[in-house]
Design a protein around this ligand. Sequence first.
Ligand SMILES: Nc1ncnc2c1ncn2[C@@H]1O[C@H](COP(=O)(O)OP(=O)(O)OP(=O)(O)O)[C@@H](O)[C@H]1O
Length: 214
Amino acid sequence: MVEISNESLEIPVLSDVDIKIEKVELVDIMGPSGSGKSVLVNLIDCLDRPTEEQVLVKDRDLNRLSDQELAHLTKLEISFGSQIFNLAPHLTDLENVLLPTFANLKINIDQEGHAREPLEVAGPHNRIHHRLGELSRGKSKRISIACVLINDPVILLVDEPTGNLNARTGAEILRMCMDLNNEERTLVVITHYPEVTKYINRVVLIKDGITKCN
Ligand SMILES: Nc1ncnc2c1ncn2[C@@H]1O[C@H](COP(=O)(O)OP(=O)(O)OP(=O)(O)O)[C@@H](O)[C@H]1O
């Protein structure tokens, strides 16, 4: 059970969710707006905690981890790519990609070299010193994927990587997700892309905070 509360109000958000995601799976989470998809992903990324029951990541109960263990998990093992409006439009692509590293990157490292691989994986890119706000939506999505990859995590959570994209670019981004999954990473994607089942064979449906299939 997950409830969101302030002093006067308690809102039950997820109440009967029982999902096991295996190592190296590629899973799509689908459901109507407000059904609890983002809250579920926030739980896996340790941004929220359940009011009842458990969330286990790599067999570890997140409620029982120390702050240091949680920080290690969320900095280096799990990466959450939120929707592109959470990227900073006034920063360059390179600066956006490097942002998740600032807590743990050594000062004298070649920053551009460090970002090169995730930028290449995320697609052809020759304008890394341009501000994000100057890019197309498709290119911005690719930058958000590069941000997810920069710390080389084993679990990737990606919120709406295909949102507001045309069919061709949406398919390219999903194919990229499949490639990342083939590299032995576990991927949890939230998308409503209509042909998602061509690319992802396990879809978890959430309706009113309850998983309908898993
Ligand atoms: N910080 C918050 N304060 C109050 N209610 C919240 C908060 N975060 C989420 N909720 C509520 O929890 C429920 C689930 O929200 P969530 O953002 O997970 O939905 P979603 O399925 O991701 O929706 P969308 O597809 O529109 O992004 C909604 O009723 C939402 O209003």
